[in-house]
Design a protein around this ligand. Sequence first.
Ligand code: TXA
Ligand code: MG
Length: 335
Amino acid sequence: MPDDRGVTAEPNDERQAEIERAVAVLRAGGLVGLPTETVYGLAGDASNPAAVRRIFEAKGRPPDHPLIVHLGDAAQLDEWAAELPPVAHRLAEAFWPGPLTLVARRGPRAIDEVTGGLPTVAIRVPSHPLTLAVLRAFGGGVAAPSANRFGRVSPTTAQAVRDELGDTVDLVLDGGPCDVGVESTIVDVTVDPPAILRPGGVPAEALERVAGVRLRSSGETRAPGTLPAHYAPALRVVLVERDEVEAVARRHLEAGERVGVLAPAAARGLPAGVTPLAPAGDATSYAQGLYERFREAERLKLDVLLCVPPPAAGIGAAVRDRLQRAARGSLPAEE
Ligand code: TXA
Ligand code: MG
């Protein structure tokens, strides 16, 4: 049965041929745009230093920013990581395949090009069926940052990957729009209790139920009222509370700016001239559509996008984190 991304559980011949093409490109040291359940990745052979260097060049990313190694099976974890505490195995068992990345002491297969020379390595087993099939057929580890140019919005469709990277990527597999829409949750298991380095697709509450302890957090702060900044040349993101939208929108309109609004519910009572984007919905659909809405705001050539954050529970924490980063100008979580 096709699922809602149009991907069949039993790959048909065309899918099988695509999987084989992707594996051939990876073996040859090339780069593949791969769908994951979070965002699209720019994938290369994690054991091939030249392939990994090509990833950094294609993204325009500084080489000391480490990459995540994607595996087809949690059983490979011990080849890539070392000195894993029991909680790491519990988290892997509960959430893989899925939107969780573990940062652990590096194992024998992790090379400096991937880890940026750190003593640790980031690892995850993604759940998108097409990419899982590629990883399993490839057999090794695949380094894959989000498939955007450095500092820009992560792509959540195959078209967005092509728009971001053009010819610098050898092949893009189209697995439909990403289910989760924001990047994986990164958990550092080298410290006790483990620490959440980046909120993401797996909510902190779910991790804590499995870990049995309260995790340290990288410090999510409350949406700070209005805090304008650039993340890309064309768009400023400003966080506002629901009851401030109208007044803030008026100020920007009076300054002669093109103003858009992104809010969980349809924004009512907006001044004429404001462009409402489709309602962002509950936290889950807010996450799913977030990066495409940013791209839409760019296409519409809006000067400023006023965003009303969802509540912080569950995946809402990750959405608020990305909104805050966008407002500060450091999308998409690549520091
Ligand atoms: O959902 C995701 O995680 C997506 C998909 C493609 O899997 N990937 C992704 O990769 O978001 P990237 O490169 O855009 O972000 C990886 C993050 C960076 O913030 C990086 O600094 C961090 O992971 N990271 C990688 N290795 C690390 C390490 N050894 N210690 C701490 N942070 C690490
Ligand atoms: Mg990224």
